[in-house]
Structures are given as C-alpha cells and as structure tokens.
Design a protein around this ligand. Sequence first.
Ligand code: FES
Length: 241
Amino acid sequence: METEKQPEVTSDRSRSEVELIPVYIMGKQYMVPPTLTIMKAMEYAGYTLVRGVGCRGGFCGACATAYRVLGDPKLYFGLACQTVVQPDMYLAQIPFFPAQRSVYDIAQLEPTATTLFTIYPEVLRCLGCGACTKACPQEIDVRTYMAAGMRGDVARMADLSFDCIMCGLCAARCPAEESQYNIAILARRLYGRYLAPRSEHLQERLAEIEAGKFDAELEELKGLNKDELTARYKARDIEPK
Ligand code: FES
C-alpha cells in the first residue's frame, strides 16, 4: 500500500458538503466521508492499493480487513470493499495470510474421509473453538464445516463452505493453525467431481453440440452485424418471470 498526500477536501464542493468522520489508517488519523467503504476511504485518504484489492464487489476475498473502534475492545473483521466506515475506526488490511496449501491431482483422489485426512491431517486438530466462525465476513459457520470434515463428511463440508471467498481470516484467527479455507475447497472439489448429481440435460446438450446440431445457426450469427445481433437478442425467447 502506497500513500500520497490526502486530497484537499475543501477544493471539491461535493466533498465539503459532507460531514467528514475520523478514521485511523496505520495509526494515522484521516477525515473521510461516512458513506465510503473502508477501501474507498483508504483511497480517499491518499493510499494507492496495490495489494489487498481485487474485484471490489465482495467476491474475490482479496480485501480482508481487521478493525477496532475506539473505546470498544472487540476486534471486528470484514471485507474492505463491502464494509462502510464508522467514526474512530482503526483499520488494517490483511492482504495475505500464510496458510498451509497442499498440492494434489483431483483426478487421482476419492471423495472419502481418508482423502481429507491424508491431504490435510491437521483437520483432526480442530479445537472447535469457533474463532474462525466469528472472523468470517461471509457469515459461514466455519466451525461446523470443520466438524463435518473431522467426521469425513465431504458433502456436508462442501455444502456449508459453499460461499467461502478464500479471504483467509479464519486461518488468521485459528489457534490450532488450520487452513480451513484450503481444506474446504478440497471438499468442494471432491464433491463437484465425484458426488454432485449429474445433469442429464447438460449431457444431452453437449452431445447435440458435438454432433453439430447448432453449427449452421452459429455460422449465421457470426455473419450478422451489431444492429442485427442486438435485434436478435431483444427478440429472443425469455423465460417468464
Ligand atoms: S476486493 Fe474482492 S472481495 Fe473485496
């Protein structure tokens, strides 16, 4: 994260009309508009984010943040691109937290407890303390999916961890030094490859594509100009709402 001089707020009329609030970045106070996310507040304060930023939409998990609020002993966690600032926030970005990540060939595995325990033996070390669940900005019950992993229940672990965006805050807080998110993505990969029900419609459509059923239609589309394509798009069959 690099810094520049904080912008002169009085030089911008729209900025001067907003009552600014104090936040602390790396311990230094900045006055920022109260409607900004943590990420935008940092940029407003003059920082250029070169790590700890990605999609800006709450999907990539790059912007894990820990913060406290003055007078409140609780440590809070969130995504910098989603969490709105509040007065007297003390902010710190966690762009990367080192965690154990195993290498494996998913095609060579079986969706079993033995696979989980062999690739990530530390899954059995989980204390069930719940610090991971409290840290998760996605409100995932990490403790419960880790318990499923300890039972070797790949499908349950995959299901409960489905919304994980791999921000790493669970691993940062774990007293048993687990890398929960890496174990969970193994469970989801095993589930997706071996356990998830297969769609018969998809198989049928793939066979149709391979048999060339849509080749002529595709060739025709490739010959259309932008206006013709737009008209065709607007006239398409749409499923009823
Ligand atoms: S930048 Fe991707 S989740 Fe925040």
